[in-house]
Design a protein around this ligand. Structure first.
Ligand SMILES: [Zn+2]
Length: 214
């Protein structure tokens, strides 16, 4: 299984060569270290239980695009990809669903819409997202919901309703997480005890989703 520890350490603005989607990523202050800490804790828990775990960003300072992360997950045959983020006031899990999309200005300036269409991947993503949200709800102290994202009004990010990494991961079921301990998250550092609860919840969710260890 593959863990995606949040944002890139430097700003990236390029187009995914396979789908044409704009892959814009940027550092986000405390979120970067928080997400890497959570990913490292999830990896430690799952490796101790026999899972093969790959971190899609190998250090907090590694510069790696969404497409490169998806390629790394595919290269190891990951059965699930987990993106780890924090955001003030958001406790949610985003799944892949057929029909979700992003739309914006493509490489030649014309408007492009990239739609998620991989039915089997979407079905697995939704099953896994439900397990992760339930496990996180038990580990954390607030309900965690499965929902669609909303990127309207966030230019230069393309509009639409699915994270870019989930959209371009056509053959890997992806579960994208946001966490907040209340007012913290994003560029505001999250307390270590809260990060621990987040990590335990994700690890428990993966075990529920993939009980056969892979
Ligand atoms: Zn984020």
């Amino acid at each position: 299984m593959a863990l995606d520890p949040g944002h890139n350490p430097v700003r990236i603005e390029s187009f995914d060569p396979k789908t044409g989607a704009a892959q814009i990523d940027y550092p986000n202050g405390a979120e970067d270290g928080d997400a890497f800490s959570v990913a490292s804790q999830v990896a430690e828990i799952l490796r101790a239980r026999g899972y093969r775990v790959v971190l899609l960003k190998r250090s907090p300072n590694e510069n790696v695009s969404y497409r490169q992360r998806v390629d790394r997950a595919e290269a190891v045959g990951a059965q699930i990809g987990i993106s780890i983020h924090t955001s003030p006031g958001v406790n949610a899990v985003f799944a892949q669903r057929v029909g979700l999309f992003r739309e914006g200005s493509g490489v030649d300036g014309a408007t492009v819409r990239v739609t998620f269409r991989a039915e089997r991947t979407a079905a697995a993503s939704q099953r896994y997202a439900t397990k992760v949200a339930a496990a996180r709800s038990r580990s954390e102290w607030h309900p965690v919901t499965v929902q669609d994202n909303d990127f309207s009004g966030r230019a230069p990010l393309w509009s639409g309703n699915i994270p870019i990494i989930s959209l371009i991961a056509q053959s890997t079921p992806w579960v994208y997480n946001e966490f907040s301990s209340g007012t913290t998250g994003g560029s505001i550092a999250v307390e270590p005890t809260a990060l621990r609860a987040y990590a335990k919840g994700i690890a428990a969710g993966v075990q529920q989703a993939l009980p056969r260890r892979c």
